[in-house]
Write a protein that binds this ligand. Structure first.
Ligand code: C5P
Length: 403
């Protein structure tokens, strides 16, 4: 699971019914149960007869910690009403993998096994992750069924393109468990930033000294990436200008990769038109070498002096524009957090700034932060960066002027 994006608590308190049909991708449903559980969800598996031919009920029972439901006729203490009882109280039913046959039966409203009956009797959203051979997927009948399901308000997740179990290549692979979990989380996230465009910076910058050396810092980009993911999930068109980090692009985020502060500034200014929000999370180098040597500097045994010149302050520059978007700054301090952070917010003329002590957050997966705005300070208790990111999005959505 991509902890830094999706969080270990993202589905806390959610009850998910996972329907597993008979396709080779059923083996990935076992991993999906594990990921959903790790994100805090309570998972109940409904396994079709063909699904049980691929993965046993025992596997799902062990991973979910709940009894597995396989038949319309085993009441399992539900007063013989498994098809009603199982769906009640669920926040969503996710069918993964959903075979071509299951899509057809759901589209027709059939109720001839436990899973199809459960879907028909539900009072919660239904999401399906198709998985099948590419020709089965492309067949007009399947496409008709998918369109019918979409028209009925069912959310279709995927399929992805790639190598298939049958040896062919094309559309029809089930989305990976991580991507399905992320899609489920996005599905539940309130769209607080719908219709907004958000530009962010994240990670360190790398200021070249010569072709192989440079000045950088230990920022991992985790906070900025978690925040970009949270903005995208909240419905924003999200552009992430990123310094060099080892993190994958969060779903729904457009990433622009840069190295130096000057390139980061260029990319931000190019992405800015139409932006409602600018969030500067990057640990931008304050200085860069005055000149970059075209060749590798040779060792001489003598002291070497490198002249450094100041880099532009990207955030201050954006905030000072007459057409400035809503600007959010970050301040990582080693002491006197309140004084430095609030001072920075005022000197850069920012409506909102997030401050933290370096010892609390740098490099790790958790952080303790304080939001500063015109109203004062708002402490955020120690939590995973993904959770902090969600709280920052909620706070800025409240302060954002109406579109
Ligand atoms: O002044 P200081 O570097 O402490 O301010 C931190 C805030 O300013 C962060 O939001 C950071 O991303 C942003 N910043 C910037 N360009 C710089 C330096 C900092 O955008 N050159």
């Amino acid at each position: 699971m991509r902890d830094y994006i999706d969080g270990i608590d993202g589905l806390h308190g959610r009850k998910i019914v996972l329907g597993v049909c008979g396709g080779i991708a059923a083996y990935k449903a076992a991993e999906l149960v594990r990921v959903l559980k790790k994100m805090g969800a309570d998972v109940c598996v409904a396994l079709t007869g063909s699904g049980a031919r691929f993965v046993s009920a025992l596997t799902f029972q062990a991973l979910s910690g709940n009894p597995v439901w396989t038949s319309l006729w085993d009441g399992q203490g539900a007063g013989g009403m498994a098809h009603i009882a199982l769906g009640r109280g669920a926040d969503a039913i996710l069918v993964a993998p959903a075979t071509a046959d299951m899509l057809a039966r759901l589209a027709q409203g059939r109720a001839d096994d436990l899973l199809s009956t459960l879907c028909l009797a539900r009072d919660c959203p239904l999401l399906v992750a198709p998985a099948m051979n590419r020709q089965m997927w492309e067949r007009a009948a399947t496409q008709r069924n998918v369109a019918t399901l979409q028209g009925d308000g069912v959310t279709i997740l995927g399929p992805a393109e790639g190598e298939q179990a049958c040896g062919e290549t094309g559309l029809g692979r089930m989305l990976e468990p991580d991507a399905l979990a992320a899609a489920l989380l996005a599905f539940f996230t309130p769209k607080l930033l719908a219709g907004r465009r958000v530009v962010l910076t994240a990670g360190p910058t790398f200021e070249a000294i010569d072709p192989v050396r440079g000045i950088t810092n230990s920022s991992t980009g985790k906070m900025g990436y978690a925040l970009a993911a949270a903005c995208a999930r909240a419905g924003a068109e999200t552009v992430l200008v990123s310094g060099p980090v080892a993190l994958p692009v969060p779903d729904g985020v457009c990433r622009i990769e840069v190295t130096s502060a000057l390139r980061m500034r260029d990319a931000v200014l190019a992405a800015l038109p139409g932006a409602d929000v600018f969030i500067a999370v990057a640990a931008v180098a304050d200085y860069r070498p005055a000149t970059v040597d075209g060749h590798k500097i040779k060792k001489s045994g003598e002291p070497l002096r490198i002249e450094l010149v100041p880099n532009p302050d990207i955030l201050a520059e954006v905030a000072a524009r007459p057409d400035a978007p809503f600007c959010v700054g970050f301040a990582a301090e080693s002491r006197d957090l309140d004084a430095y952070a609030e001072g920075k917010r005022q000197s850069k003329r920012l409506p909102m700034l997030v401050g933290n002590l370096i010892a609390d957050g740098l490099g790790g997966d958790e952080n303790t932060a304080v939001i500063y705005d015109a109203e004062g300070r708002h402490p955020l208790p120690r939590a995973p960066k993904t959770f902090i990111a969600r709280q920052i999005v909620e706070h800025l959505a409240r302060l954002l002027p109406a579109a």
